[in-house]
Design a protein around this ligand. Sequence first.
Ligand code: ZN
Ligand code: ZN
Length: 393
Amino acid sequence: MNDPRSTAVALAEPGTEAGTAAAPATGRPDRVRAAVSLPEVATEVRYLDPAGALGAVGWLRVESSAVCGTDVSLYQAGLDWPTVMGHHVVGRITALDPDRARAWSVAVGDLVALEEYLPCQRPDCPECSVPGRYRMCPESDLWKGRRRVGLISAEEGSGLYGGNAEYMQLNANSILHKLPSDLDPDLASWTQPFANAVDWTINAGGAREGSTVVVIGPGYHGIAAVAAARAVGAKRIIAIGRSAERLEIAETLGAEPVVNADGTDLGALINAATGGHGTDLILDTVGLGKAVSSAASGTLRKLGRLVLAGLGPVPVTEVDFKALIRGANTITGVRGRSPEAVRQSIELLASGASGLELVPATHVPLEEVGDMLARLANGNGPASPHVVIRPQP
Ligand SMILES: [Zn+2]
Ligand SMILES: [Zn+2]
């Protein structure tokens, strides 16, 4: 059962209707409209055939597919093959192998959030063999095996492995989380990005009630990190960035905005903002390298943490180890999120405590995916970072 291609499929017969949009009575769609992104940095809508699926254990009717910075950089760098992108997927299950339904405790009709990982799940895998570490599986690594939602070739099997399509297939090694059925669609589409922010800010960053938190970069994850810090009752949240528009959104969520348009010394900005009291956490979502490591040496409080989440152009830098030891500080790199963080994210979204309903969403139909990716790649995207592909017509 570990090789998805050898998985027995016990699905209902496909429907006979030729249309694509109507949900087929049998759960598996007949043909599916998908935005296929091409290596030549273009995207076109194509019809893909689910009948060619390899190892599908079920089908998901995609409700939303949120675009993040990773999509934009992968697209801009030139994809290896035609791809149905989209890796922050929320959808409703329309067909599912009964064994998987039992194993995942979900049923046809459930609303679920899908993680991008497709881990090998082999007992001899150093990561998959440890509970909760599947996201580190080399087979699913962004820089190694690349078996991930939104990254597999559109020419393999059904090609429907990403969220930028009306439907996508579920595999035996898909990782999904059940959502409350009535969760607002714009909030539901925050599940994965907000889970990242929760993991980086609360779990790795240690933000809690009364903390002072500095978030660098009010982009998608920066805004979500402000929301996470607010949700745990941080006393002060300082958002530093270049875009006044994005900082305004951070401000709506309770952050104090600090515009750094001219590259002023970060440490000086943090000192000014905190009145010299320093901060318990600096979360760098940009990847500023030296600027942020020297700012941390001068502004982190005792036991404070510097969390590095951005792969910017200058990530290599010297670190002041003496300052690190004297402050009993922690520097940590973060990637993706733990399964616990997804559960935390869902709870906060469902309880209304995230505040993320305050962030405007831009909805993108499949026909406009290419234009939107081009805009984002040119730094020309909407003011709000919450860009959500809604594939259903
Ligand atoms: Zn992402
Ligand atoms: Zn593995």
